[in-house]
Write a protein that binds this ligand. Structure first.
Ligand SMILES: Nc1ncnc2c1ncn2[C@@H]1O[C@H](COP(=O)(O)OP(=O)(O)OP(=O)(O)O)[C@@H](O)[C@H]1O
Ligand SMILES: [Mg+2]
Length: 205
């Protein structure tokens, strides 16, 4: 089976930035956030089921999922959130699996923000890479990029594993407290290591 490295990290830690740099070096990247967006876009495979379960009020005029309406609906309602996850998560997993298994590169990165919280991908992931930076940087970078307030970012962080618990479970850690050049040099070194590990894995099979 293809050598698959799960990439995770807290909100705004730099997962996507790191993944893009790996992709530049030739790694295949399977991004579960991107799959979720695809499934809930216009004509996406999840839209019909979600509309049936939640009503047309959560569907935008163009036929895509109205994310803001959906977020509001499930925000304070755990039952509703579970119901949405029960529809979406198996579809995301199946598509992620399909993409990982069809990759033709020496190794694949599977981007899962809640990899260690949910444990849904343990059977396919051989190694865990955590992208880590301190909380102040997470907040600063996320607020700068999105419409989220510092308070909302803190609320999201509170629902995720604390940094030290995540790092504890990592096989590899990228320290993304530095600048983008420092990120790039760590990615380049890990890419070499992953090529070697993937080759060793392939020989064992
Ligand atoms: N080392 C860095 N120095 C400065 N800015 C950075 C660095 N790494 C990432 N950023 C910026 O911080 C923001 C968050 O990074 P990125 O989107 O890669 O994080 P993420 O972990 O994918 O976030 P999310 O959890 O929202 O998916 C982006 O705007 C990115 O350009
Ligand atoms: Mg991201």
């Amino acid at each position: 089976m293809v050598y698959c490295i799960g990439v995770t990290g807290g909100i705004g830690s730099g997962k996507s930035s790191a993944a893009n740099l790996f992709a530049e070096l030739g790694a295949a990247v399977v991004d579960t956030d991107e799959i979720a967006r695809h499934l809930t876009a216009r004509d996406g495979d999840a839209v019909g089921t979600i509309a049936k379960a939640f009503g047309d009020a959560v569907i935008a005029p163009d036929g895509s999922l109205n994310r803001a309406a959906m977020r509001e609906l499930v925000f304070a309602d755990t039952g509703r959130r579970r119901q949405l996850e029960a529809i979406l998560h198996p579809m995301i997993r199946a598509e992620a699996r399909r993409r990982v298994l069809s990759a033709t590169t020496p190794y694949v990165l599977l981007l899962v923000p809640l990899l260690l919280e949910n444990k849904s991908y343990t059977s396919i992931v051989q190694r865990v890479l955590v992208v880590d930076c301190d909380e102040a940087a997470q907040i600063e970078r996320t607020v700068r990029r999105s419409q989220l307030s510092e308070e909302s970012v803190r609320a999201i962080m509170a629902a995720q594993l604390p940094r030290e618990k995540r790092v504890e479970q990592a096989d590899d850690v990228i320290d993304n407290n530095g600048d983008l050049e420092q990120l790039r040099s760590q990615v380049t070194a890990l890419h070499q290591r992953y090529l070697e590990l993937a080759e060793a894995h392939r020989r064992q099979e």
